[in-house]
Design a protein around this ligand. Structure first.
Ligand code: ZN
Length: 141
């Protein structure tokens, strides 16, 4: 089985491949261990996962979810040396992403959480770390 046959079979198994880029790439590298999974951003289309062959060609098992086939230059890999800047959780109050082990987005959210828990507010004792967030992050995890 070659890459295209695998993709065709994968598409046949799923009603839609929309939002399946993460799991599709995971499954694809299990079948083709020479492929490398890459996460990043496709210009104009958003956060995405795809595969790369040893010679650098892009194999995108869920490309058909896009309205057009992106040029290979549109695939911008995430700089994995910045992985420590990815969110470490979500705010219990508003659902926004949290960074660097923050406990809430900001003081307002922390106060609302404490109020809901019936706990007292103690200024200066909570962590709100700056969101030095990656340029294109919108949810790979
Ligand atoms: Zn919040």
């Amino acid at each position: 089985m070659n890459h295209n046959e695998w993709i065709k079979e994968y598409k046949a198994k799923h009603k839609s491949v929309r939002g399946l880029c993460q799991s599709a790439t995971k499954a694809m590298v299990e079948t083709f261990p020479e492929l490398q999974r890459v996460r990043g951003h496709v210009v104009g289309l958003g956060a995405h996962w795809w595969c790369v062959t040893p010679d650098g060609s892009i194999i995108d098992p869920t490309v058909c979810q896009f309205p057009f086939v992106p040029a290979s230059s549109s695939y911008e890999p995430f700089d994995e040396s910045l992985a420590h800047t990815l969110p470490t959780g979500k705010c219990m109050n508003c659902g926004g992403y949290l960074y660097y082990q923050s406990q809430a987005c900001d003081e307002d959210c922390m106060q609302e959480i404490l109020t809901a828990l019936g706990q007292a507010w103690r200024p200066g004792t909570y962590r709100y770390n700056p969101a030095d967030r990656p340029k294109y992050y919108d949810g790979w995890q």
